[in-house]
Design a binder for this molecule. Structure first.
Ligand code: ASP
Length: 585
């Protein structure tokens, strides 16, 4: 028997028992006559004591044990004179009488401690060591727990867990497919699912009523921070429901998992339209942990001569800004940095105007040559601002200025510590646009995916005013992260054909790609809809970490590589041949 207990198990009630433990050497401290070792396993840490007075040889042997050596010890549980309140086993120690070295270890390239000295690349290369660290282990335990609660809640609501295949044909979610060449069928390829979207819809058409799956999805996207080419979703679908039913069931779902996994009560979860979210926060995934909402001076300054504002209004744009409480003390340097921030190419503002209502009741501003103090004080009213506050304002095309000011709001919110990772603010965003205009290809494309239903009252605008068509699509957002998206699907064959046509798919292309779905739509498809939660993201938010890599056992790095495996990598000549591929072809 390797052990009678784990390293996290012993308490004062075990004092005087003889026990056997196995684990890794975390620390070895030699005090001459005594050697102390912290022995670690998944469950915790237990202090071992080797005394010269007990067994000189054993003590000598213990001194030679390096970090990460694997050992088995037997000894007596003893009450510690110096109790350690920081660990659950801190009341006891083991006076060791037998020691077996199970395996030696090379010196690890970084310290296996909560705060390690290893950089990210090094830790990913030696992931098997990094996984021994407590913060990562805690995250994986949380992930396990979350998975259990997801299953518990959904099964309790009558959902069936059904697996769908990985070797399939393309499912469009707006990314490129990863493809797998077929050996048996020359020049043919499978695609890995970007999501199980079409399968779950087919399951509804087959009468399964409520489906879910904790499932891997694969998307070949250009690498952006915190994207993984393979990631996990909690994928769900329901029949005979309206949007409100989905919102109700999954509001219950998020409340359940936050309560069970984090002991957090989410409270009322507001529902905002996409248009409102953009207007108030400049984002379709607003961080609602703090206010600082965007306000507009458009109507107030309708007849302004100030060129940047006038130009924006002439072109049906907006003058928008935020008010920072007690921000009048911000320095010139900070204000300059914010100006540069909104001018960065992805925001593209021409400038940023500031107005400070100083504590001495004076106004200082970058536009005081153009507006009187009284006028500027009027602006504060629009922002519900007061003495001591700061306004930051920009102007331009409405969506662009909303995004720039929305980003600035987040930036300042972070700097002011308003985005506390232990606070959770959730909302549903509904009524998304159906189509988005792709500047590059100059065509309309779907915003969610092509199986999402348009609002019935907008059906007649699909070809004439695609930009005005709203979809029965919704997102669940928490702390500024989009955690779930979904929609009510099209269950009418004719409407599905129309949507394919609107995004530029000919009848033949639609048949070739989605003939099976169009076929199924002809055999009594029920009204249905669903959603998918990003499981990695949920874990990251609950674990209070910024990166989903911290909650995935074997993640890829930011450029999609698995550094431990060194993948992707070349294949052998033999494989090229039997897959009927030619290098460079
Ligand atoms: N398949 C969608 C996605 O992966 C989710 C859904 O519409 O249910 O985003």
């Amino acid at each position: 028997m390797y052990r009678t207990h784990t390293c996290g198990e012993l308490r004062s009630e075990h004092i005087n028992q003889t026990v056997t433990l196995s684990g890794w050497v975390q620390y070895n401290r030699d005090f001459g006559g005594m050697t102390f070792i912290d022995l670690r396993d998944r469950f915790g840490i237990t202090q071992l004591v080797f005394g010269m007075d007990i067994d000189n040889n054993l003590c000598e042997k213990a001194r030679t044990l390096g970090r990460e050596f694997v050992v088995q010890v037997t000894g007596k549980v003893n009450e510690r004179s110096n109790k350690n309140n920081n660990i659950p086993t801190g009341d006891i120690e083991i006076i060791v009488t037998e020691l077996t070295l199970l395996n030696a270890s090379k010196l690890p390239p970084f310290t296996i401690e909560d705060d390690t000295d290893g950089g990210e690349e090094l830790r990913m290369k030696y992931r098997y060591l990094d996984l021994r660290r407590r913060p990562i282990r805690d995250n994986l335990i949380l992930r396990h727990k979350l998975g259990q609660e997801v299953r518990k809640y959904l099964a309790g609501q009558g959902f069936l867990e059904i697996e769908t295949p990985f070797l399939i044909k393309s499912t469009p979610e707006g990314a490129r497919d990863f493809v797998v060449p077929s050996r048996v069928h020359e020049s043919n390829f499978y695609a890995l699912p970007q999501s199980p979207q079409t399968f779950k819809q087919i399951l509804m058409m087959s009468g399964y009523d409520k489906y879910f799956q904790i499932v891997k999805c694969f998307r070949d996207e250009d690498f952006r921070a915190d994207r993984q080419p393979e990631f996990t979703q909690v994928d769900c679908e329901m029949s005979f429901i309206h949007q409100q039913d989905i919102i109700d069931v999954f509001t219950g779902f998020v409340k359940h998992i936050f309560k069970e996994v984090r002991e957090v009560e989410l409270g009322e979860i507001p529902v905002l339209t996409y248009a409102d979210a953009m207007n108030r926060f400049g984002s379709d995934k607003p961080d609602m942990r703090f206010g600082m909402e965007i306000k507009y001076l458009d109507s107030q300054l309708g007849d302004t001569d100030f060129a940047p504002f006038k130009d924006a209004l002439d072109q049906k744009g907006s003058i928008a800004g935020i008010c920072i409480e007690n921000g009048a003390v911000f320095t010139r340097k900070q204000l300059d940095a914010y100006t540069e921030y909104v001018k960065e190419p992805n925001r593209g503002m021409k400038g940023l105007i500031y107005v400070k209502w100083n504590e001495d009741n004076t106004i200082s501003s970058s536009v005081n040559k153009f507006f009187s103090e009284d006028q500027l004080k009027e602006w504060f009213k629009t922002f519900n601002g007061q003495q001591g506050d700061l306004l930051l304002i920009s102007s331009g095309a409405t969506r662009k200025v909303q995004k720039a000011i929305g980003d600035l709001r987040l930036e300042i919110g972070s700097q002011m510590g308003l985005r506390d990772k232990n606070k959770f603010a959730a909302l549903w965003v509904v009524d998304f646009p159906m189509f988005a205009f792709d500047e590059e290809s100059q065509t309309w494309t779907f915003e969610h995916h092509p199986f999402t239903s348009p609002k019935a009252e907008h059906l007649d605008k699909i070809f004439t005013h695609p930009g005005e068509v709203l979809a029965n699509a919704y997102d669940f957002v928490i702390n500024g992260w989009e955690c779930c998206s979904g929609s009510i699907r099209i269950h009418d064959r004719e409407i599905q054909s129309k949507i394919f046509k609107a995004i530029g798919l000919s009848e033949e292309e639609a048949q070739e790609k989605f003939g099976f779905l169009l076929g199924a739509l002809e055999y009594g498809a029920p009204p249905h809809g669903g959603c998918a939660f990003g499981f990695d993201r949920l874990c990251a938010i609950m674990a209070g970490t910024e990166s989903i890599r911290d909650v995935i056992a074997f993640p890829k790095n930011n450029s999609g590589r698995d550094i431990m495996l060194d993948a992707p990598g070349p294949i052998s000549q033999e494989q090229w041949k039997y897959l009927h591929l030619k290098p460079g072809s």
